[in-house]
Ligand binder design. Structure first.
Ligand code: PYC
Length: 318
């Protein structure tokens, strides 16, 4: 990957959505010649991947960091086009990131309460900025692909889970037997990692060969106003501090498929950190359109300095 030899400054706004960070680049990024979002992501990863690594890897970032690059939308009705990325690559859809980008655009004074269109690689997403600063968005069509898929893990025995799409591919497991709490993060990580490795080694994937790169362990609620708590293991090896927008969508798809939640009814999904998203859905043929609601807060407005004389300026992973 070519690296810049001149000093560069990126303007960045940090936010968190239920504890999960979103680092939104609002200026200074390399200009891209591609027209479609797919072409732009290819160009970013082949020629400017340092943008991703500098912002998500140490010393500026950490494994849970998700970046969002704002680009000029193709549709003049859209408020922005956005490319999401993390410590290992570029993301399909990102729910907490959508809420974070909405809060960032509101902080910048670029949007007022109401509906707004965002272009993403997964398709157009309409989000609503509410008067109380909360944000909801209608996610991409989501569905349960397979039910009760049994796997044999080396240390956690036989586990079963549903495979569902909510903008990313998820394996949702209820029978892991682990307490989903901040005191049990190491066991949750080990179990999720074994599930991920077992799915990969047994060639178990989503529809059309989609890689199941998110593992969602679900358990009884950790707060009175929630319906369930989850621990979502992300592709870069970290867990989502929020209840995960695409993960909550996958959960809604499973609930809908098993007749446990009716269209329009609310599901309150808590995260292992105790933050919460509310989800509802509408049926759309054999899929659902989830609507996820959460809130994000801006935490920093920063000028990121990329100085090629710094040997770690493009970030490092451990
Ligand atoms: O909220 O969809 C989400 C998400 C995916 C990865 C991290 N957060």
């Amino acid at each position: 990957m070519p690296l810049p030899t001149d000093r560069i400054e990126l303007s960045v706004i940090d936010s968190h959505t239920g504890g999960e960070p979103t680092r939104t680049i609002i200026g200074g990024a390399p200009s891209l010649s591609g027209e479609t979002i797919a072409e732009q992501i290819a160009e970013l990863s082949e020629e400017h991947d340092w943008v991703r690594t500098a912002l998500t890897h140490e010393p500026r970032g950490y494994e849970a960091m998700v970046g969002a690059l704002l680009l000029q939308p193709e549709n003049s009705e859209a408020v922005a086009r956005v490319v999401f990325f993390n410590n290992v690559g570029y993301l399909g859809m990102c729910g907490h990131g959508t809420i974070g980008v909405a809060a960032t655009l509101a902080y910048l004074g670029n949007i007022s309460p109401g509906d707004h269109l965002l272009e993403t690689i997964a398709g157009d997403v309409v989000f609503t900025l509410h008067e109380d600063n909360r944000v909801s968005f209608a996610n991409v069509p989501s569905y349960r692909y397979r039910e009760t898929v049994a796997i044999q893990t080396p240390n956690f025995g036989e586990l079963t889970g549903d495979i569902a799409f909510g903008g990313n591919w998820f394996y949702l497991c209820n029978d892991h037997g682990l307490e989903i709490s901040m005191d049990n993060l190491e066991q949750l990580r080990l179990c999720s990692r074994e599930i991920r490795q077992t799915l990969d080694s047994e060639g178990i994937g989503g529809a059309d060969g989609g890689v199941i790169d998110h593992i969602e362990l679900v358990g009884p609620p950790n707060r009175e106003d929630a319906d369930a708590v989850n621990y979502v293991y992300c592709p870069g090896g970290e867990y989502d501090r929020s209840p995960c927008g695409t993960g909550t969508s996958a959960k809604l798809a499973c609930l809908a498929a098993s007749g446990k939640l009716a269209p329009g009814d609310t599901w309150r999904q808590a995260s292992v950190t105790g933050s919460m998203f509310e989800g509802t859905y509408q049926s759309s043929g054999d899929k659902i359109i989830p609507r996820i609601m959460g809130e994000a807060f801006v935490t920093a407005e920063t000028k990121v300095v990329i100085d090629p004389i710094d040997p770690l300026t493009f970030g490092f992973r451990h």
